[in-house]
Design a protein around this ligand. Structure first.
Ligand SMILES: NC(=O)c1ccc[n+]([C@@H]2O[C@H](COP(=O)([O-])OP(=O)(O)OC[C@H]3O[C@@H](n4cnc5c(N)ncnc54)[C@H](O)[C@@H]3O)[C@@H](O)[C@H]2O)c1
Ligand SMILES: [Zn+2]
Length: 346
């Protein structure tokens, strides 16, 4: 057991404060990782506030973890001390179900062991990356390519894979027209990755405030959803819409932008139940779907793709004592485009 410094919410909705947590001893297949950087995902905020239902406290959030291997168990074969690595939203899964065997560990039929607010196979609560070290089974660790700086790579472990996976699944590429709704942490990665895949990219944002950024990130078109003309100009023109908004939308209006057989994939996970009008789907065999992060092998594929295409997150590096303020700024849509905590300041 190692005791490490961390930032935790002691109870639901409470501000995060400095504390310590225990990490298990390094087991045969484990690696001990010195965490260098960790991103702040909007999911951290939903969970600290118990917006998705009951959570486990104290909670150390953080599932966009980048660091360096500091120690390896005797049976570890994939990693060595000094390797640059990442951890995302899961640290284990059953490994035998149909989804785990298909490389879709995020859909493990037993439920994956989430990086925090869960109980690990060792029976101990899991604590996330707002801390200085973590012990994880090597099979749930990915390699961060040398071409990617660790700080800008951290958000790829959630925001990157969450947008890459559906873009690949729905075949975004040359000749396809993709829209990204919401230009936040996920949204800005969606724009960069869709552009790198060769798709034509449209940003649908509340206003034109971030238009210059959007075009620089790789968008071909940028429209304000507050302007009703957007919905007539783009009607029936899109193959795929990635919705990254953390709040409910008027879904019917967005369905009308899809071509026949187009799909709207909801990545945002609002805390409220949402209603949809099926009439706006049936006319053109449109579909509405969702997608959760990505499997371990696909996360590695995404990191290699990003390294090859020079894609990483646009980040604002903060100290640990700025976490609570950063949460407020995320809630106020005041982030360009991901806060990343320098864990040396914990
Ligand atoms: N599906 C998954 O696997 C997965 C993974 C990570 C995050 N998420 C979820 O995705 C959502 C976005 O996460 P993020 O980290 O990118 O958050 P973020 O706060 O960085 O971005 C959210 C974006 O939505 C916009 N927005 C907020 N309220 C809006 C409204 N009412 N109308 C229009 N736009 C609005 C914001 O301006 C911002 O651009 C969250 O709900 C998060 O929990 C899902
Ligand atoms: Zn996340």
């Amino acid at each position: 057991m190692t005791t490490v410094a961390a930032y935790a919410a002691p109870a639901a909705k409470a501000p995060l404060e400095r504390t310590t947590v225990d990490r298990r001893a390094v087991g045969e297949n484990d690696v001990l990782i010195d965490i260098a950087f960790v991103g702040i995902c909007h999911s951290d905020i939903h969970q600290v506030r118990e917006g998705w239902g009951k959570a486990i406290f104290p909670m150390v959030p953080g599932h966009e973890i980048a660091g360096v291997v500091a120690e390896t168990g005797s049976g570890v074969t994939k990693y060595a001390v000094g390797d640059r690595v990442g951890i995302g939203c899961m640290v284990d899964s059953c490994r035998v179900c149909v989804n785990c065997r298909a490389g879709l560990e995020q859909y493990c039929t037993d439920g994956p062991v989430w990086t925090y607010s869960a109980v690990g196979k060792d029976g101990l609560p899991t604590y996330g990356g707002y801390s200085q070290k973590v012990v994880v089974d090597e099979n749930y660790v990915v390699r961060v390519p040398e071409a990617l700086p660790l700080d800008a790579a951290a958000p790829l472990l959630c925001a990157g894979i969450t947008t890459y996976s559906p873009l690949r699944h729905w075949n975004a590429g040359p000749g396809t027209s993709v829209a990204v709704v919401g230009l936040g942490g996920l949204g800005h990665m969606g724009v960069k990755i869709a552009h790198a895949l060769g798709a034509e990219v449209t940003v649908l944002s509340q206003s034109l405030r971030k238009k210059d950024d959007g075009m620089r990130l790789g968008a071909d078109r940028y429209h304000a959803t507050s302007d009703p003309a957007t919905f007539t100009d783009l009607a029936g023109s899109l193959d795929l819409i990635l919705n990254t908004v953390s709040a409910p939308l008027d879904f019917g209006a967005y369905f009308s932008l899809l071509r026949t057989d187009g799909a709207m994939v909801n990545l945002g996970l609002p805390e409220e139940t949402v209603a949809i009008e099926l009439q706006s789907l049936f006319g053109n065999r449109r579909s509405m779907s969702s997608s959760g992060i990505g499997g371990i092998a696909e996360t590695q594929e995404m990191l290699d793709f990003c390294a090859e295409h020079g894609v990483a997150a646009e980040i604002e590096l903060i100290r640990a004592d700025q976490i609570n303020e950063a949460y407020e700024r995320v809630l106020a849509s005041d982030v360009r485009y991901r806060f990343v905590i320098d864990t040396a300041t914990i």
